[in-house]
Design a protein around this ligand. Structure first.
Ligand code: DQA
Length: 149
């Protein structure tokens, strides 16, 4: 185990996963995402802290906590991807790897979802793999967190 955990952060409306537009986001719930992240992190030898918030400032504060206490971030900023300079700036202040994850392929959707304030400050971006995007990001983090390769 690394001593510092990986933070998995989820933005607004992701608490509704499973019932929210299942034709786009599927039937799995946020608890399923959390369980998948926990299992993937365990296999990779990482500790994980999992959060969801509908509030921009709270997500900024979670990123600050990750910056102090964590070794990497996997974030699905949800709608804030397309609007939030504050979340972008908080991520830009992190010196560890950051992966942006989207359950859906945002590039196949409405034009306003094609722009991300986060992508160019992220280490990597995963979209359209469903829940497996979170697992892929955690596995990638396990390979690139300093001292773990
Ligand atoms: C999302 C895509 C965003 O455009 C949307 O606002 C979300 C979820 C995704 O995981 O596919 O809430 O981030």
């Amino acid at each position: 185990m690394t001593s510092k955990p990986v933070f998995v952060l989820n933005g607004p409306n992701l608490n509704l996963l499973g019932t929210r537009q299942p034709e786009i986001y599927g039937h799995d719930t946020l608890k399923d995402v959390e369980d998948l992240c926990a299992a993937t992190a365990r296999e990779a030898g990482l500790d994980v802290r999992f959060h969801q918030s509908n509030h921009e400032g709270e997500i900024v504060e979670l990123i600050h906590a990750a910056r102090m206490e964590g070794s990497g971030v996997v974030i699905n900023p949800a709608a804030y991807t397309h609007t939030s300079v504050a979340i972008r700036d908080a991520l830009a202040a992190c010196e560890f790897p950051v992966f942006e994850v989207h359950i859906s392929n945002v590039h196949r959707r409405e034009p306003f979802r094609h722009y991300s304030y986060v992508s160019d400050v992220a280490t990597g971006v995963i979209a359209g793999l469903g829940l497996q995007g979170y697992a892929a990001a955690i596995r990638a983090l396990a390979r690139i967190i300093p001292g773990r390769v």
